[in-house]
Design a protein around this ligand. Structure first.
Ligand SMILES: Nc1nc2c(ncn2[C@@H]2O[C@H](COP(=O)(O)OP(=O)(O)OP(=O)(O)O)[C@@H](O)[C@H]2O)c(=O)[nH]1
Ligand SMILES: [Mg+2]
Length: 483
């Protein structure tokens, strides 16, 4: 028995619905619908957003395994930058005038000659990064940039509804302006009745939290999880600078050599950047400055510790950094929570966008085609695959401790929301037969029915209803032929 998601691409159904409407539409609207369809053929669009200087571009580079985006201590990312898969490095500056300036290679934060920053609409970059096989990564300017023109660009990106998922980059306890920005982005996004299924909060610069960043970051992440409960499906701590240095292989043989020499210094040489630069050593000062820029003071302390533990050479130290940075955790959260759900997330974005369009155009010559489109969109919204969004949201609420379920029922909900096959979704081995799956659904349906009847808290009853609907859809799928 296999999961229904494997049988047909929901995006394809949305695409054919939208394409069918094109013939009956006036040119301007047809254009708008076509661009929504085009979004469905694109890979999933993941925007990296947050405050200015939060470390967004550093995270983008870590995910790309390439230092493609410029980073700086000062406000740095001036326009929205789209990173897509391409065989060679290539970029396009799209100008507000409609003109396009192409460049070979990566822009590295530089503008083509003769172009001023305000003329640029956005930047599109193609590079051969494995991370881009399944998704488009969008780097954004800080939502709080002091330049209102720059700040507006990020807002416009979300308002255009061309984003399917978000990595929200934070450094500490989310501030009021961060919560407000994320709430506003999310209201523009296609979220499932307020669920956070398509948002991951990244707690970066964790190295600045203290001597033991992982313990501090984990504690903070747990605290964030409560505060961000309705806005992010998880909070992932990362040492962004180490992640970028490791993933983009920035540490050279020379750096590794100098680190080995620095390892002979006494502890007080690592207390501050100044102490490190002035400590008596044969390592040239500019090599020390380079290391500080590359991995920061914490990173140097970490790498010196690794050297003292016997790890040597750029390759081995890079491996240590990669493991210690938390990049793996971020990549697997992205894979499990976002990339594997690309079909439903993108289909859902497009359906929401189409519905909004049909409500905007409720009279005039396009009225008829629009109301047909609306009907079709609602029909697809009821597709059982999209119900998964509600099931995942319910499970996440329980996992975060917002709603308490008896252990056995929590296990049912976890299986329903995360199982890959119909059988797995009712707690059976993935290849269990249709009959076994059917009796399991019926038995579990009975248990949940009894539970729902006795539940007094509204939040618990809502979860029970979601699970019961999920089981009803599952039963339907099993009856339809088991797939
Ligand atoms: N110590 C430390 N520094 C970091 C980390 N991540 C980024 N930085 C530094 O913080 C500064 C800002 O990083 P960026 O990645 O440019 O931040 P951004 O959010 O893209 O900033 P804007 O584009 O200006 O909005 C740079 O100097 C980075 O080197 C980290 O994990 N630890
Ligand atoms: Mg940036």
């Amino acid at each position: 028995v296999t999961a229904p998601a494997a049988t047909q691409d929901l995006r394809a159904s949305v695409r054919s619905l939208a394409e069918k409407s094109l013939a009956g539409l006036s040119p301007v609207l047809a254009q708008e619908v076509s661009s929504i369809v085009a979004g469905l053929s694109d890979t999933l669009r993941l925007a990296v957003a947050g405050r200015t200087n939060a470390g967004k571009s550093t995270i983008v580079n870590a995910l790309l395994h390439e230092r493609a985006a410029a980073t700086d201590r000062l406000s740095c990312t001036k326009f929205v930058a789209w990173y897509r898969f391409g065989e060679t490095n290539y970029a396009e500056f799209r100008l507000r005038s409609g003109a396009v300036r192409e460049i070979a290679g990566l822009p590295q934060g530089l503008l083509p000659a003769g172009i001023e920053e305000p003329e640029v609409s956005d930047l599109h970059v193609w590079l051969p990064s494995a991370a881009l096989g399944q998704k488009t990564i969008i780097d954004t300017p800080g939502f709080d940039d002091h330049d209102a023109d720059i700040e507006r660009r990020t807002n416009e990106l979300f308002q255009a509804r061309t984003v399917d998922a978000v990595l929200f980059v934070l450094n500490e306890i989310p501030r009021a302006d961060e919560v407000a920005a994320l709430t506003s982005f999310r209201s523009d996004l296609a979220d499932s009745g307020g669920t956070a299924i398509n948002t991951i909060a990244v707690l970066t610069k964790a190295d600045q939290l203290g001597d033991d960043p992982w313990t501090a970051a984990q504690a903070l992440a747990d605290r964030h999880a409560g505060r961000l409960a309705s806005m992010a499906s998880s909070v992932v701590p990362v040492l962004g600078l180490l992640a970028e240095a490791a993933a983009a292989e920035r540490l050279s043989g020379g750096d590794a050599h100098y680190l080995a020499m620095l390892a002979d210094l006494p502890e007080d040489a690592f207390w501050s950047g100044d102490a490190l630069i002035t400590a008596p050593s044969d390592v040239p000062p500019d090599a020390r400055t380079r290391l500080l820029d590359l991995v920061g003071l914490y990173g140097i302390r970490f790498l010196v510790g690794e050297v003292r533990a016997g790890r040597r050479g750029a390759r081995e130290l890079t491996r240590s950094m990669a493991e210690h940075s938390g990049l793996n955790g971020l990549e697997s959260a992205l894979e499990e929570q976002i990339a594997q759900r690309a079909d439903i997330l993108q289909a859902h974005t497009a359906l929401k966008t189409l519905l909004a369009l049909t409500y905007r155009i409720s009279d005039g010559p396009d009225r008829r085609a629009m109301s047909e489109l609306r009907e079709g969109a609602y029909r697809l919204m009821r597709d059982r695959r999209l119900h998964l969004l509600a099931e995942v949201a319910a499970y996440e609420a329980c996992a975060r401790g917002e709603v308490e379920l008896p252990e056995e029922l929590l296990a049912d909900l976890r299986a329903l929301a995360t199982g890959r096959t119909l059988a797995e979704r009712v707690g059976l081995p993935p290849d269990a037969g249709r009959e076994a799956a059917t009796s399991a659904v019926l038995a579990k349906g009975g248990t949940w029915n009894g539970f729902a009847n006795n539940a007094t808290a509204r939040s618990v009853r809502e979860i029970a209803m979601t699970v019961q609907d999920g089981y009803a859809l599952l039963l339907g799928a099993l009856n339809e032929g088991g797939n």
